[in-house]
Design a protein around this ligand. Structure first.
Ligand code: IDC
Length: 333
């Protein structure tokens, strides 16, 4: 229809003039993926298929071995339509009852959630949730097997991002970099144009939790294209020192905050919305995409739903949300 075409032209023109969020780039009929297409790193940020910088905002699942019941048709509809999220981070633990116990089961589970996200026009981050042990090499062979399979299955999609190391710890940056340089070519062999997210030292704190900072990455970046580095923060534990490191880093490196909470690093305790707001403002100003931890009804304050929600829902609205959930839903919107 002619009328629709002219609306689209105006939308595209407006989009080109603005540094837009993925949500802003959508019109009422378009999902984030339909509006933005395949993403790539341009300069220090993510750009959409037309080369316009985008900020993705969304949620991370909890560990799928514990809380996959919270990731279902209704809850994903709520995330896409009610929350108007752009992105779902699919958090697959390796240890603690995760992938290493039953690779086939977790491969199929992640695969299914990628399809569910795709059906709703959401970007999907496949999170290799290595945590303890913190040396990414401990799981290298598993990671090669898993990501080869994922990349083969999803190479033709435009909405899949690969996060190859949730939170390295107890190892220096050189070792993480070397792990990334072994694994990224494995992914790219099957899916050459995919965006890859690389964890940073000391629980993806850019080294700050080990007394270092972003300079170790700036001075010695991963030898690969189309990657971003991850930063995680929990606002009640990680104050100005962490905020400043993220701010400096974002001027020199493509950054993606794939995990944060408004509470303590345990994912529990009181919310520090004031500090969290400073991070939100920084991420908006520097176009840093983010996913919040987590989309479940775990008892901790950082799980967005009140306990028991995932038995029957309902998921839309704020009725079932904890304070952190209501706060983050507004910011996703
Ligand atoms: C927490 C979960 C909790 C689980 C614990 C250990 O909420 O149920 O028992 O992990 O597996 C992270 C991690 C993330 C943590 C989260 C909150 O990436 O796995 O989740 N956190 O502690 N880094 C900083 C905080």
């Amino acid at each position: 229809m002619r009328w629709q075409n002219s609306v689209r032209v105006v939308t595209i023109a407006a989009t080109l003039l603005l540094t837009s969020t993925a949500a802003q780039a959508q019109n009422a009929e378009q999902t984030p993926v339909a509006a933005n297409g395949i993403l790539s790193v341009c300069g220090k940020t993510l750009c959409n298929g037309s080369g316009v910088p985008v900020q993705l905002r969304g949620m991370s699942t909890h560990g799928l071995q514990w809380y996959s019941q919270c990731v279902n048709d209704q809850s994903l509809d709520a995330l896409a339509q009610d929350w108007q999220a752009d992105v779902l981070r699919i958090s697959m633990y390796i240890q603690e009852g995760g992938y290493e116990e039953d690779p086939a089961r977790f491969t199929e589970m992640v695969d299914q959630y990628v399809e569910e996200a795709s059906e709703r026009g959401l970007y999907a981050i496949i999170d290799w949730h290595m945590l303890d042990p913190g040396d990414p090499y401990y799981n290298l062979d598993r990671a090669k097997t898993f990501f080869t399979e994922m990349a083969k299955r999803h190479k033709d999609k435009t909405n899949v991002l690969y996060e190859i190391a949730n939170e390295p710890s107890g190892v220096d940056w050189a070792r993480i970099k070397s792990y990334a340089e072994e694994l990224i070519p494995v992914i790219r062999a099957a899916d050459p144009d995919s965006v890859v997210l690389v964890g940073t030292r000391a629980w993806s704190s850019l080294g700050v939790s080990d007394g270092a900072d972003e300079r170790e990455v700036v001075d010695n970046p991963v030898n690969a294209e189309n990657i971003l580095y991850t930063f995680h923060f929990y606002a009640a534990s990680h104050g100005t020192e962490y905020l400043d490191a993220l701010s400096r880093a974002a001027d020199q490196l493509p950054m993606f905050v794939t995990e944060f909470g408004t509470q303590e690093a345990t994912g529990d305790g009181g919310d520090d919305f004031g500090m969290a707001e400073q991070y939100i403002d920084l991420m908006a100003a520097k176009n840093i995409s983010w996913t919040n931890w987590n989309y479940s009804d775990d008892a901790r304050s950082g799980a967005v739903f009140k306990e028991g929600t995932c038995e029957n829902g309902p998921y839309p609205g704020t009725g079932q949300l904890k304070p952190a959930g209501a706060w983050v839903r507004e910011r996703v919107m």
